[in-house]
Every structure is written in C-alpha cells, then in structure tokens.
Design a protein around this ligand. Structure first.
Ligand code: PLP
Length: 388
C-alpha cells in the first residue's frame, strides 16, 4: 500500500488484521488478561526481554492496530498509544531525560507542557530553559549547555499560533546531538510528518482533530529507531494506557479526518478574512491569510491548515472587555480544546511569556471554527464585537 495517498490510507490502514476477514471494520478487543496454551508460549510472548505481550496493559489487538496505523502515518519506527496527549508529552520527556539533564522547550508551548516542566521535571533534578517561539540559530546557541539533552518544540505554538523554522531547529538538534521532540497535535499526522524532517519523536493529542467529536482522550508518541526501545521501556514502567474503546473510536474517526479538516479550514478562512477587516481586531494569526505573520514559515512546511487559530483585539481592550465579548456569543462555546465539531473560544494570557512584547495585546483570543455554517459564526462574532 506504500504508494497510496494518506487520504486513502486513512480509510483502510486499520484492516491489516486478518482474523475477521468478513467484517469490514476491525473488532474491539477488551481484555486485561491474556491467556496462553502453555508456559513455553507464555515465556515466548515476553521475548526479547520485556517487550511484554503477556498482559493486556501493553495493549490488546485494538490498541496494537491503532499504534500500527499511526506508526505508518507518522513514518515512525514505532508508535506508543497512551491515555491522553498530556500523558504522551510526559512520557516523551520522562522517557528521554534523567537527573542532571537540561531541556530546551519553546516558551510558547501548551500551558500544561509548561506546567509539567516548571512543576514536575524540576523535582527530578532536570533543568530547563525556554526559547523564543520562532528561534534563530543564535537564539538557540545562547541557551545550549554541555548537559542539554533534548529540545521540545511546538508548531504552531499554543495560544499565539507562530510557526518556527523547522530546518533551524532540526539542524541545531543534530549539531548538539539532542533528542528532538515535537508536539504535532495541531497538524495531525495528515498535515505534517515531523519524523521525515529529522525529528526523533512526534507526540500528538488525538483528543483534538483525530477524534473530532470531543468525547474521548487519547495520545500517541511516535518514535524513530534511535528512541523507540527506551521509550517503550518507559511506557511499560509508568505510562497510563489508553482505553481500547478510544483507540477503536480513533480508527473510526480517522476515516473522516481529511473531510473534516478541509471543512474546518475552509470555514476558518472565511471567518479569519472577516475578522481581519473588523476595526476592533488588531491582528489575525491565520496561516492562510497571506499578510499574516503566520503565513511565511507555515507555507515552507505545510500546504493545508485547519480551523484553529487566534486573533488579537485592539490594545485598548482589556481581558475584562474580552470576557464580555465571549460571554455575548450565542453559538461559539466557551471552553478549552479544539478539533471537535463545535466552535470553541477561549482567552490566552500571554504575560508569562518571556517576550510578551512581541504580541499586539497581552492576551490572545483562540478560536476553533467548528462545522457550523461559517455565516452563522460570523453573525455571532459580529454581534458580540459590536457590543464591545
Ligand atoms: C490539548 C493539547 C494537548 C493535550 O492533549 P490531551 O489529549 O487533552 O491531554 C497537548 N498539546 C497541545 C498542543 C494541545 O493543544
């Protein structure tokens, strides 16, 4: 199947399991216990040492099927499915780092990733430094230390939707022999394949676009050959496992991923083009707007976008004004997450960022454009903005 386009692969990759030849769709396997015909067969299931096919915690057929599909899409040596995107990030970092190591992480990463480094990894004797959202090689060279072990990147960055130059990051990581990790949740395996560009590890929250229905949690860690074995040991030792139900739902949702992303993209461009013209809006960070700061680097690595972007209100508007704005929306819901059928909005405080001055306001408004008719969303935003 190697010559098929990803869009076609999304439909059929899960059918590699031949046990149920008459059913189009793969069955759901739920089992904690795995049973064996003999002690010899049981022992063989655990070879080479600790690969662990002896217990359901390492994954039933459903989980393994999902992992194999994701590994294929991500061009990974192996993919490990875990309970959530956040657990994928925690596993990737803890699987790579040890006491005495130093980590470089983008200052503009997902808030829970920031909390994880600020509050957890420091307890285990690991240091970290933030780097700017779109770093130059010089920015990075200033921060690297003899004990720097890994670099953690987001593209685009959470809350501010900036696109770093991937070549700069990968070249830097290779020069200093760092393990490079990227959070690929925004793009999904459909829009971007970081391992092909030289990253060692791609994590993804499948809770977002891959699921598309806002009704499950799931994460993956896709590894190249260099990093897989050690990561798999870490997974067996402490990661939280995914529910087979959610892996099954992910395989189901995957079949409409291309269609949904195309619709989210089309509608979000319409909304973004309308927002950019509104006098109360200072800037719209949508990669498909040619004048946007997000456009230039995005087009170097991507040819599609989705429904998730941010905008800035004019500087005269405060957080409280913005709160009134979003309270006045009727269709767009207030809440975290993105990638589901529903349009969602939330405010992002940027004051904790190292270089908060680069933003046109000290908070951004993140908008996920759902599957509603975009004209209804524009009406909704128009009413709320006019009441501001
Ligand atoms: C939501 C999100 C995560 C965490 O995913 P969960 O599945 O909700 O734990 C990780 N990274 C980014 C960029 C996210 O937006």
């Amino acid at each position: 199947m190697s010559k098929l386009d990803k869009i076609t692969e999304l439909l059929y990759l899960d059918q590699n399991h031949s046990d149920f030849t008459t059913c189009l769709n793969p069955p759901l396997f739920r089992s904690s216990t795995l049973v064996f015909k003999s002690q010899e067969e049981f022992e063989a299931a655990n070879k080479p040492y600790h690969t662990d096919k002896t217990y359901g915690r390492a994954g039933t057929e459903t989980v393994k099927n999902f992992e194999a599909v994701m590994a294929h899409l991500d061009k990974a040596h192996g993919t490990i499915a875990v309970s959530s995107g956040m657990n994928a990030i925690a596993l990737a970092l803890m699987g790579v780092l040890q006491a005495g190591d130093h980590l470089l992480i983008t200052d503009a990463s997902y808030r829970c990733s920031r909390r994880f480094v600020e509050e957890q990894i420091v307890r285990y004797g690991i240091e970290f430094d933030y780097f700017p959202p779109e770093p130059t090689a010089e920015d990075l060279e200033k921060l690297v230390k003899p004990n720097t072990k890994a670099i953690f990147v987001e593209t685009p960055t959470s809350g501010s939707y900036e696109f770093p130059d991937i070549d700069t990051l990968v070249k830097f990581a290779k020069k200093h022999n760092l393990v490079s990790i990227v959070d690929n949740s925004w793009a999904t395996s459909l829009l971007f394949t970081p391992l092909e560009l030289g990253f060692d590890i791609a994590v993804q929250s499948c809770t977002k676009y891959l699921s598309g229905n806002s009704d499950m949690f799931l994460g993956v860690v896709s590894c190249n050959e260099r990093t897989y074995n050690e990561m798999y040991q870490a997974f067996l030792n402490f990661a939280t496992i995914p529910a087979p139900e959610y892996c099954n739902l992910a395989l189901r949702s995957m079949k409409s991923l291309d269609l949904r992303i195309a619709k989210h993209e089309e509608s979000s461009v319409k909304v973004a083009k309308w927002l950019v013209k509104h006098p109360k809006v200072a800037e719209v960070m949508h990669p498909l707007l040619h004048d946007s700061r997000a456009h230039t680097t995005w087009k170097k690595y991507f040819n599609r976008a989705n429904g998730t972007f941010c905008f800035y209100l004019d500087k005269k508007f405060t957080w409280k004004d913005a709160a009134r704005l979003i309270n006045n929306l009727q269709i767009v819901k207030i809440g975290l997450s993105w990638g589901g059928f529903e349009s969602l909005i939330n405010l992002f405080d940027l004051r904790e960022r190292l270089d908060a001055k680069i933003y046109p306001n000290n908070f951004s408004v993140r908008l996920h454009v759902g599957l509603e008719n975009p004209d209804d969303l524009i009406d909704d935003l128009n009413n709320a903005l006019n009441n501001l």
